[in-house]
Design a protein around this ligand. Structure first.
Ligand code: LLP
Length: 423
């Protein structure tokens, strides 16, 4: 379970983020709002830093999980590099103080403009994810007379991941270059000389809670490394990807960063390569909650009791998109027998359902609740569907807190649009 936790715990019956009352925050910034804990961010990054210490490994935080600049700055200060998948994410990482030689540019559909931008950044690791991308990149690099550092992302044909929509490592998935083609591409890159092939990468999926699939994929990288070296090619870097899961639903202990590091030692530890890992969710998911206010309780005569919240699928899309479970806790729980609620948002779709039959302490209009595990893939996947304003983001550190992304005003949102004068 993700709530309560060390960093989001009850004090005198009221849920806090570290030393700050979530009730106070809800009153100060309004709801819905995302609240992140600095201690939780540092602690979760630290698990990777400690586990991989002594292995020459870059912990490249996957910005897509949560790209908030303050979150990134906390992680950057604590030693993280960045794994990015768009020009926008690269800008965020740079803005947070991560130097370009600690940034990885992944993604299977980088545009020419994005590749050209990446070519201006010294030391950036470009993960080439297909043969056509390689061909576009070499043309751009030649035209600019630069020789980028390239890693080939392999599709190791391993199935893994918490949901079919987030599994990426199986042949037939759109990601990575199949093993034989990747070997040929590596040789070709070396021969053609337009880029500097330095290694191999893989990323097999997300919300993976066992080590076995990682082992399968990394052994594949090992075999490829040895085979390429036997041909006289140098392979100096292995990017092992991200994907470690978190315990959203109290399913019990799963693999940890320490388990991954042990596995890396066993599978690729003797290869004398520079390593990278790209964790996203396992660093930020449990470092954030989404707080929301109950709009009303609708105990319908035909059965369900709907708990209608002011947060919707536009603020936390994971239940709608992946049938994901998120903890939901009353911030100031009342005493009384638990009630089974169908927890829904106000968006005009039945898909805007967070949970069915969820047992909660009795709740009333105006009460506050918190979704756990909302530090990852919540704010970063949010939309303005139904013209709902993006929720505020708050960072808490001990007793202090800051509004790190205010909720925009409706006028600001409307002002982004332009009406042609011919209407
Ligand atoms: N590296 C690459 C190349 C990736 O594609 C991803 C995630 C990561 C690293 C980080 O994976 P993580 O450690 O966060 O599992 N929106 C989905 C998750 C999509 C993950 C996509 N790729 C969700 O909410 O479950």
């Amino acid at each position: 379970m993700t709530l309560p936790s060390d960093d989001f715990a009850y004090r005198e019956g009221s849920l806090h983020a570290e030393g700050v009352s979530l009730t106070t925050l809800a009153e100060a910034v309004g709801t819905p709002a995302y609240v992140y804990s600095v201690a939780a961010l540092r602690h979760r990054l630290d698990r990777y830093m400690v586990a991989f210490a002594g292995m020459d490994c870059l912990v490249a935080y996957a910005v897509k999980a949560n790209g908030n600049l303050s979150v990134l700055s906390v992680l950057a200060t604590a030693g993280a590099g960045a794994d990015t998948v768009s020009e926008g994410e690269i800008h965020r990482a740079l803005e947070a103080g991560i130097s370009s030689d600690r940034i990885i540019f992944s993604g299977m559909g980088k545009t020419d403009a994005e590749l050209a931008y990446a070519l201006t950044l010294p030391g950036l690791q470009l993960n080439v994810e297909s043969t056509p991308e390689y061909e576009r990149l070499t043309a751009l690099a030649r035209a600019r007379d630069v020789r980028p550092t390239v890693v080939i992302r392999v599709n190791p044909d391993v199935s893994a991941g918490g949901h079919a929509k987030i599994a990426t490592g199986k042949s037939g998935d759109k990601f990575g270059v199949p093993v034989e083609e990747a070997m040929a591409l590596y040789r070709r890159a070396q021969d053609e000389g337009a880029v500097r092939p330095v290694g191999l990468a893989c990323h097999i999926g997300s919300q993976i809670r066992q080590v076995d699939p990682f082992g399968d994929a990394w052994r594949r990288l090992r075999q490829m490394t040895l085979a390429l070296r036997a041909e006289g090619l140098s392979v100096d870097r292995l990017d092992l990807g991200g994907g470690l899961g978190v315990d959203y639903a109290g399913a019990g202990a799963g693999a940890t960063p320490a388990d991954l590091a042990d596995l890396a030692r066993r599978t690729v530890g003797d290869l004398v390569v520079k390593l990278a890992v790209e964790p996203g969710r396992s660093i930020v998911a449990e470092a954030g909650v989404l707080i929301s206010r109950v709009i009303h309780v609708n105990a319908r005569q035909d059965g369900p009791t709907f708990l209608v919240l002011d947060a919707g699928m536009n603020d936390l899309v994971r239940p709608a998109l992946y049938d994901a479970w998120h903890d939901l806790a009353a911030i100031n729980p009342r005493s009384g027998a638990p009630v089974a609620y169908d927890v829904v948002g106000p968006v005009c779709e039945t898909g805007d359902t967070f949970a069915r039959g969820r047992l909660m302490p009795p709740l009333q209009a105006g009460d506050l609740v918190a979704f756990g595990g909302a530090g990852a893939y919540a704010a970063s996947m949010a939309s303005e569907y139904n013209s709902r304003l993006p929720a505020a983001e708050v960072l808490v550190d001990g007793e202090r807190w800051a509004l790190v992304r205010p909720r925009p005003r409706l006028e600001e949102v409307l002002a982004r649009e332009v009406r042609p004068d011919w209407i």
